[in-house]
Structures are given as structure tokens and as C-alpha cells.
Design a protein. Structure first.
Length: 483
């Protein structure tokens, strides 16, 4: 850690929606900033005109908001700073830390082919670095196009990585990379350094696929004699089959998990444990606990596996911990969307919705399950589960349901206990196991063979609905057995 106030950033490229890898980097930087009372900034790296698309920016920011990664200060857009970078290229040319390269595409291609044939690593030979002033003058005078390359000093570059300790790379393996293209525009690694420096970034936490970039970026810091941020490269996120998570392999972006009914608290918690370790057995944490515990000391050095079943387990755990009200806020629009009920109906029966949520929350895997497993709380528009129908809806059940509906209707108080007493009373008289009544009753009032405790369910639905549904089921059974 440094004594300077922490300033970190996430720098998404809008070439797609918010990928879990970028979301995890954003989360680590966010937690680091919040833990050390620092600032968490956003910079949109939208200079790749071919691959960047404006329409990805808002969904990326939206997914970050959904995760609760609120950022400080205004967002920086690299596309608005293109002219700004040029002056810095000139400075390095003047100081001799960079040089003009007049090699043509064809020459470079031939160089690469040669290296390949000789089984040597393909890297720039440094030919233009050795141009004398006479040659340089001539080329400039004849208006030959040029790129600008950094002159990487001979020897080894080392830095202390927050995750992996000291890392070193020889200049032969860094090569004199291009910092400005022939149209004068800055390349990615150059723009990043100017931005990180001017934004006062103190720590850069990102995926370890950026280590090669880091060695290049360090050359630029050193050429300017600017203080370097501390770099931390976290292991990549892999799929259960050990391949790197990628869109191509069908992996989903954060917005899709949101649409799949994952709650943000679960995603936040799960992503945090992909590459960081709380050093306890406990896995389920609230956001505040993670902020408190999060330090750079607990990064993992080995790759992390993104396992959707594990995410679901986290989702279940967080749903149970959430308040009924907070869940109701998320579930209400889903019920409306699924046409199970209307907005108006829910607004006038908010207490009922909360109660339904409380009955179901132990059983759901995702928010959508509140709809899939609880639609009958809002409408009678369901069919009976086929297997259960065949098994439970027998002529005998019709007779029992008729009698039980009569007894329920006669109850003064429609409560868990009175319902249980009525059902068990009838079972006792007929010398039947209560299951003989419980299963067909559940099927009659919900269409399902599983769900919350039957008496709670009946009480929640209320007498008129329960009795009506039981009688409708009787009609259905009679009709079924008549034909
Ligand atoms: N735009 C880069 C990316 O999306 C950011 C890398 C960095 O954090 O410097 O991978």
C-alpha cells in the first residue's frame, strides 16, 4: 500500500456487453477503493473505432449500477481525448525515448516471415532506431509516413506485482512497440498510460492477460519519469472445462445473469470470490462485509472457475437473506411481465405479495422461480401437473375434497392451525393418512405437487379461493372419470 489516497479505475472497452471478467475487475477495484476510502473511477476505452460501439456503453454502465458498483467523479471517454495524446508523443520524440519508424507494412511482414522461418520470436528489429540524422532528415523531407516507436532500454524491466510478487521481462521480449500510428493517433498502451497518469491512478488491478501490456506501459512511465501505479494482475476466470470464459463458448454477460433472475448481491459476492479469498470457510457475505475484509493481501494466484451451479447456490443464499420487501420490488415486474397479474392488482395488494414471497423464498433458485412456482397465488390460470393429476385425482379424492371443502367453508377462522385441525379431523374419521388429503388438496389449489407448507399456503390464499378451487377440482375429476 502507498500513503497516497487510493485512486483506482475500471476501463471497459465498449466492444460488447459487460463480461464477467471485466465485472470482476471492476468489483475488485471498487472494493479496494471502498476499503481504503479511496476513489473508484470509470474510463471508457472507446478508441478502437472498428470494434467499439456506442450502444454498448449504456448497458455496461447499467450492469455496473445493477451490481452496485457506483463510481466517483465524471466518466472519462478516451475518444474525447485523442488530440490530447499527440503532444505526449512529441515529448518522447524530443527526449529521445521514442523514434520514428519508416518501415512499411510489407517490410515488417517480411521481417516477421523471416523470423518465423528461423524459428525466432517475431519482433521488430529496431532498424529505424539506428537511422542516423542524415537518413532521418531525408526520410522526413520526402514525406515518408512513419509510426512512432518507444525505444525500450536494453536490459530487464522488473516491477512488484500486488498478486504475483516481482515480475521481470527482458527488453528482447518487450520490443520497441508502436505508440503512435502513421496518422498520428496514439495506440492503446500509450493512451492508457497518459490517462492513468492524469487521472492520478495509484493502483491498477486487472486480469493477468494484461501483463504483457503492463511491461509496455511501464516503459512509458519510465520514459516520462512519472511515478508508476502499483499493478496487480489477478488470475483469469475459467469455465468448468478450464477454457477461458468467452462469449464464443456461450458464456453470458452480467446483464444476462440479471435477466436470468440472479440477484445483484449474489453476483457481487460470487464474483468477489473468483480470485480473492476471505481466508475463512465462510462464503456468503454481504457487500459491507466484503468492503471491510477486502485487501490486496488475499488475492489468489491460481485461476478461478466460474461455475453457474455455484452462482445459483449463492443466489439461493442471498435470496433467503433479502427482505421480503426488497424481493417484492424485484419480483413484481416479473409477475406483470409474465402476465400472471397486473401492476394495479399488485399495488393494491403489496402485503399479500410480500407474504407470498416469504412463503416461497426458501425454495427458489432464481427470481423467476417466484413466478414459476408461485403463479397460482395470483391466478387460477393453471393446469394440473400431469403425473400428480394421474396419481392424486382419483374418484375417492373427489369425494374427500368435497367433504374437506365443506369443512373448510364452515371454519370461522381460516388459519394454519384450524386448517390443520380440519384436515386431520377428516383424515382421522376416515382412518386415512393425512397425505391422502394433503396431496390432492395441494394439487387442487396450486396445480402443483410441491410448494410451501400446505396450511400456510391455504391460509395465504384465503377461504373463498381455496373452497372455489377445491370444488373446481372436484368437477374436473368427475368429468375426467366420466369419459
Ligand atoms: N480496456 C481494457 C480492457 O477492457 C482495460 C484494461 C486495463 O484495465 O487497463 O481489457
Amino acid at each position: 500500500m502507498t500513503d497516497k489516497p487510493v485512486r483506482v479505475r475500471i476501463a471497459p472497452s465498449p466492444t460488447g456487453y459487460l463480461h464477467v471478467g471485466t465485472a470482476r475487475s471492476a468489483l475488485f477495484n471498487y472494493l479496494f477503493a471502498r476499503h481504503y476510502d479511496g476513489k473508484f473511477l470509470v474510463r471508457v476505452e472507446d478508441t478502437d473505432v472498428e470494434r467499439s460501439k456506442k450502444e454498448y456503453i449504456e448497458p455496461i454502465l447499467d450492469a455496473m449500477r445493477w451490481l452496485g458498483l457506483d463510481w466517483d467523479e465524471d466518466i472519462i471517454y478516451q475518444s474525447e481525448r485523442l488530440d490530447h495524446y499527440r503532444g505526449f508523443v512529441d515529448r518522447l520524440l524530443e527526449s529521445g525515448h521514442a523514434y520514428r519508424c519508416f518501415c512499411t507494412r510489407e517490410e515488417l511482414e517480411a521481417e516477421r516471415e523471416r523470423a518465423k522461418a528461423e524459428k525466432q520470436p517475431a519482433r521488430y528489429s529496431g532498424r529505424c532506431r539506428r537511422l542516423n540524422s542524415q537518413e532521418l532528415r531525408e526520410k522526413l523531407a520526402s514525406n515518408q509516413p512513419y509510426t512512432v516507436r518507444i525505444a525500450v532500454p536494453e536490459g530487464t524491466t522488473s516491477y512488484d506485482d500486488m498478486v504475483s510478487g516481482t515480475l521481470s521481462r527482458h527488453s528482447n521480449d518487450i520490443e520497441d512497440f508502436i505508440i503512435a500510428r502513421s496518422d498520428g493517433s496514439a495506440t492503446y498502451n500509450f493512451a492508457v498510460v497518459i490517462d492513468d497518469h492524469e487521472m492520478g491512478i495509484t493502483h491498477v488491478i486487472r486480469g493477468n492477460d494484461h501483463i504483457t501490456n503492463t511491461f509496455k506501459q511501464i516503459q512509458i512511465y519510465r520514459a516520462f519519469e512519472w511515478p508508476e501505479p502499483q499493478f496487480g494482475h489477478v488470475p483469469l476466470i475459467l469455465r468448468p472445462d478450464k477454457k477461458k470464459v468467452s462469449k464464443r463458448l456461450g458464456d453470458r454477460d452480467v446483464g444476462e445473469y440479471r435477466r436470468d433472475g440472479i440477484v445483484p448481491e449474489a453476483m457481487f459476492n460470487y464474483l468477489c470470490l473468483l480470485g480473492w479469498n476471505p481466508k475463512t470457510e465462510q462464503e456468503i457475505y454481504r457487500r459491507e462485509e466484503l468492503i471491510e475484509r477486502f485487501t490486496e493481501a488475499n488475492f489468489n494466484a491460481s485461476n478461478a472457475i466460474f461455475d453457474e451451479e455455484k452462482l445459483i447456490a449463492f443466489n439461493k443464499a442471498h435470496i433467503v437473506r433479502m427482505t421480503d420487501h426488497d424481493l417484492a420490488v424485484l419480483v413484481a415486474p416479473m409477475l406483470v411481465e409474465a402476465d400472471v397479474t397486473t401492476k394495479y392488482w399488485l399495488e393494491t395488494r403489496w402485503e399479500y405479495l410480500r407474504h407470498v414471497i416469504s412463503l416461497l423464498k426458501e425454495r427458489v433458485r432464481t427470481l423467476h422461480d417466484f413466478v414459476g412456482l408461485g403463479g397460482y397465488f395470483f391466478s387460477f390460470d393453471y393446469t394440473y401437473e400431469e403425473k400428480a393429476d394421474a396419481k392424486q385425482f382419483t374418484p375417492e379424492a373427489a369425494e374427500l375434497l368435497t367433504e374437506l371443502a365443506d369443512r373448510f367453508e364452515a371454519l370461522d377462522e381460516f388459519s394454519h392451525d384450524s386448517l390443520e385441525a380440519a384436515l386431520k379431523g377428516l383424515a382421522g374419521q376416515r382412518e386415512l393418512k393425512p397425505g391422502k388429503l394433503i396431496h390432492p388438496t395441494r394439487l387442487a389449489v396450486s396445480g402443483m405437487s410441491i410448494g410451501p407448507g400446505l396450511y400456510d399456503l391455504l391460509q395465504a390464499l384465503g377461504k373463498p379461493i381455496v373452497v372455489e378451487r377445491m370444488r373446481k377440482a372436484v368437477e374436473y375429476i368427475q368429468k375426467k372419470h366420466r369419459t
